[in-house]
Design a protein around this ligand. Sequence first.
Ligand SMILES: C[S@@+](CC[C@H](N)C(=O)[O-])C[C@H]1O[C@@H](n2cnc3c(N)ncnc32)[C@H](O)[C@@H]1O
Length: 267
Amino acid sequence: MLPPDFIASRDTILHDVADVEGHLSWKEMCFLCLLGAVPTARGSILEIGSFKGRSTVLLAKAAALAGDDRVHAVDPLNAPSSTDPDLGDANSSADDFHDNLHRKGVSERVTHHAMRSEELAPEWSEPLRLLWIDGDHTIEGTRRDLEGFRPFLADGAIVAIHDVLHAFEGGARVFAEDMLLSRHFGASGVVGSIAWSQYHADPAETERHRPAKLDLYRRVARLIPYVAFAGRPSPGLSKFGFKLARWRIPHGPMEPDRFVRMVEHRG
Ligand SMILES: C[S@@+](CC[C@H](N)C(=O)[O-])C[C@H]1O[C@@H](n2cnc3c(N)ncnc32)[C@H](O)[C@@H]1O
């Protein structure tokens, strides 16, 4: 299911994207590239939260390896947001976003929806094979994103949420409570700070993943007391506890072959 010469193509894409400012580590970019290049279901890719376009460019190029000619990105590209509160009312990233897409040759392959995700959801109609959530990191915002686009997840689609191991409430809680404890999500994991899970319309398909999901749930749930109620681990013991809880969650790189074996393929 991997595109031919995937590793070489991935490395070319990652080097090309490296000078686009953004919030993804190398390990996370490798994984996002894999998600873009390996369709596990039939449908589109939707990115929520683009900033200056690092993940947008990456996904557009990765999706092309799978034969997809288009990705969707929704971001009003204006501040403030929970991830860039210091920008105040400034027009945070629109010019850089469009320049970067143009510079990297993907402008024609990205449909940008200049609005908030909760405004797009009611007018959305396409099945999704990948929902990449990196927008409003509050619990309300992250939950709204999953619920708003959940009706459009194709059987076998991947939902990936960023910043789950950082001190934001939304990612850790939505991944733990709404995905790992859901009968509709199966194969799951964490790579860097990206948590992911595969959606199935039929809960019977997720049964065999239950023990692994519960084990991961126990580990991720240990983060929640530190981030609930928009909390931040304070210096000292609390910060140490947060780091220890994070360390207990396996979040190493994902070998492409291992991912292909872990997931069901409905593409
Ligand atoms: C962490 S940044 C995204 C980083 C980007 N994915 C990258 O790879 O660099 C978060 C972005 O989410 C956007 N955002 C915040 N709330 C949003 C919402 N409700 N709908 C869409 N985008 C939102 C912000 O404007 C900001 O650009």
